[in-house]
Design a protein around this ligand. Structure first.
Ligand code: ADP
Ligand code: MG
Length: 593
């Protein structure tokens, strides 16, 4: 274990130690925020970081610290940094490391660890674990630093690994011994350096651009699909010019909403199904053909569709199907090259294609808008979110953090985004427990108000972070859409023991009291008018606020929009009323009590 840093004395006045060199290395690279949970052997990392001007945000769980850092990585393009203690804290911190890597967001996880010799001989150290090897499968890259002189280098390597190519999570193992080692101050100074251009431009060859644009020119029904890779790449103006000059409809993935404002006339969101089924050439801008896009094949897509795929990661191409025009490069440079090409060889989609989509969209919007504005009580997801939409439509620079099943899917559909990188949600893995950490990361990074919208089940994974929000007085308005269960609250116990069903949680619970417990403002809303009023007050106050919304226990669908991913028990194996109950469970939630 580390030796504690000693007070400056005459003989060590010219020395520094691993704690200080680490903090200086971060600051040299403008990494001036750190999220974490402290303990042996990293407590003084956080204390010294704070003393030297790094804003330290202490969360209540390492998974939350990592997710808060990941939010910062997505919003800024600089790696978010988080700190954990050895073994158990380290393992809690691996989940967000993997999530960030799956999402393609840059983060650096710093974890204290035991002395090498104790681990390598298996002597059974306090919280002892061979952390570097455990971290490797979950990280884009993982390093251990054994010499204080190597700390500037490991920070630089971590930044480059996190940001270059497809961004991801990088692990740095910090044995307590290394933190406690000393080195002459002038030597340490001379070793510090700032990484030069951590994510250099990567341009596709002109012939690649030409083939891609020739394929686009052949399109009768083009579609541009904007993914969170494009949001991350901060090429909003380039993407807008590309979309507008082609006149093609576009669709935005969940966290790409706002790269173009959702009310843009070329947004095909309200006619997504038809647009995907009919498009003959699809330009993917930083969106993977994974489960979220049905792997680019099957009944959701035109069987003759051809893809132009722009991605920085060459191995992403052909991930799940044939790609007619692979374009490997960074999005900003690549879309700029597309625009240059189109300036010389203009291409305009047939306006009839977009007009047909717009006509369909108008019909679909008319059909659904009633649900969002209805004053049905008890509320459902549609009218509760419709009430929040009134607040967000009047405050475009509010960040949205969002998690849940129906709370996620319906929020994504209902709440329009107007600015890029303002929506953070369950992401590529579809995980829970990210909402409040993302809200904390967004608020700490930007100072802007955040509305954090959770299902009651999702809130359970990270709810204790309400205390963190209050402790740092962050401008976060937490909204819990409480329909009393996982998916919803009216499921039956199929057995006879009288316990709640596995899906049941506490209907009509007063989650807002948790906010009050830590000094924030809590509201309980039972009508859409109350939801709108309280959320507006919370956002305007810029202070920790929570609005607990009482929804019908019948509101919601099993697994939201991805019910189809549930395997079905074999018919005939169910007995008695199980069959009927299950069928009823999977039916769309009823909107009335
Ligand atoms: P979504 O979930 O929104 O569809 P994905 O996370 O599936 O988005 O896809 C994002 C893609 O963007 C990843 O394949 C990633 O490699 C790519 N990407 C990330 N940053 C860049 C960049 N700067 N330039 C090009 N592609 C990028
Ligand atoms: Mg995707």
């Amino acid at each position: 274990m580390s030796t504690a840093p000693t007070a400056t004395t005459a003989e060590n006045a010219n020395l520094t130690d691993g704690f200080h060199v680490l903090v200086q290395s971060l600051l040299k690279n403008h990494l001036d925020r750190m999220y974490g949970v402290i303990g042996i052997p990293v407590t003084d990392v956080a204390r010294i970081a704070q003393a030297k001007g790094i804003r330290y945000i202490g969360l209540r769980h390492e998974s939350d610290a990592g997710n808060a850092a990941a939010a910062e990585g997505f919003i800024t393009g600089k790696p978010g940094v988080y700190l954990t203690v050895s073994a158990p804290g380290f393992m809690n911190g691996l989940i967000p490391l993997k999530e960030a890597t799956e999402n393609g967001w840059p983060v650096i996880m710093l974890s204290g660890s035991s002395s090498r010799e104790l681990i390598d001989l298996g002597e059974g150290d306090y919280e002892g674990l061979d952390q570097l090897n455990y971290a490797k499968p979950f990280a884009k890259a993982a390093y251990r630093v054994d010499k204080v002189e190597d700390i500037p280098l490991v920070v630089a390597r971590a930044i480059r690994a996190a940001c270059s190519g497809r961004p991801g999570g990088v692990y740095i193992d910090l044995p307590g011994d290394t933190l406690g080692q000393t080195v002459a101050q002038d030597v340490a100074e001379s070793l510090l350096y700032e990484v030069n251009d951590p994510a250099p431009a990567q341009l596709p060859a002109p012939s690649v651009i030409e083939s891609a644009m020739e394929l686009l020119a052949s399109a009768k029904k083009p579609l541009i699909y904007i993914g969170k890779g494009a949001a991350y790449a901060q090429c909003d103006d380039e993407v807008r010019q590309f979309v507008e000059s082609t006149g093609a409809p576009y669709l935005a993935m969940s966290m790409a909403k706002g790269v173009l404002p959702d009310d843009h006339p070329q947004n095909a969101a309200s006619d997504r199904g038809m647009t995907m089924r009919e498009a003959d050439v699809v330009v993917l801008l930083g969106a993977r053909l994974n489960w979220m896009l049905n792997f680019g094949k099957g009944k959701h897509w035109n069987e003759n569709v051809k893809f132009i795929q722009v991605d920085i990661d060459p191995t992403e191409i052909d991930n799940s199907r044939y790609i007619a025009a692979p374009v490997v490069g960074d999005l900003k440079s690549t879309v700029e090259l597309f625009n240059d090409y189109l300036a010389a060889h203009p291409y305009k989609a047939d306006p009839a294609w977009l007009e047909a989509i717009q006509a369909d969209s108008a019909k679909n919007n008319a059909r659904f808008s009633g649900a969002e504005t209805a004053d049905t009580v008890p509320m459902n997801h549609y009218n509760a979110l419709g009430a929040i939409k009134k607040v967000t439509d009047a405050n475009h620079d509010v960040y949205i953090a969002n998690e849940g099943a129906n709370a996620l899917d319906d929020c994504r559909d209902i709440i329009d985004m107007y600015l890029p990188r303002h929506r953070l949600d369950c992401g590529t893995w579809g995980v829970m427990g990210v909402g409040l950490p993302y809200a904390i990361g967004a608020a700490a990074t930007t100072g802007r108000p955040v509305i954090s919208i959770h299902g009651d089940s999702a809130f359970g994974f990270d709810g204790m972070e309400v205390e963190t929000i209050c402790r740092y007085n962050l401008p976060v308005t937490v909204v819990v859409l409480n329909n009393g269960g996982i998916y919803r609250g009216d499921f039956k116990n199929l057995g006879t023991d009288g316990d709640p069903s596995p899906l049941t949680l506490s209907a009509c619970a007063h989650y807002e009291k948790l906010m009050e417990a830590f000094g924030g403002t809590g509201y309980y809303a039972t009508t859409p008018a109350e939801v709108e009023k309280y959320v507006a007050e919370g956002v305007a106050s810029g202070k920790p606020t929570m609005v607990c919304c009482e929804l019908s226990i019948h509101a919601g669908k099993e697994s939201g929009h991805i019910t189809y991913l549930n395997p079905q028990p074999v018919t005939g194996l169910l007995v008695g009323n199980e069959q009927e109950d299950l069928a009823e469970h999977r039916e769309n939630g009823k909107l009335v009590d």
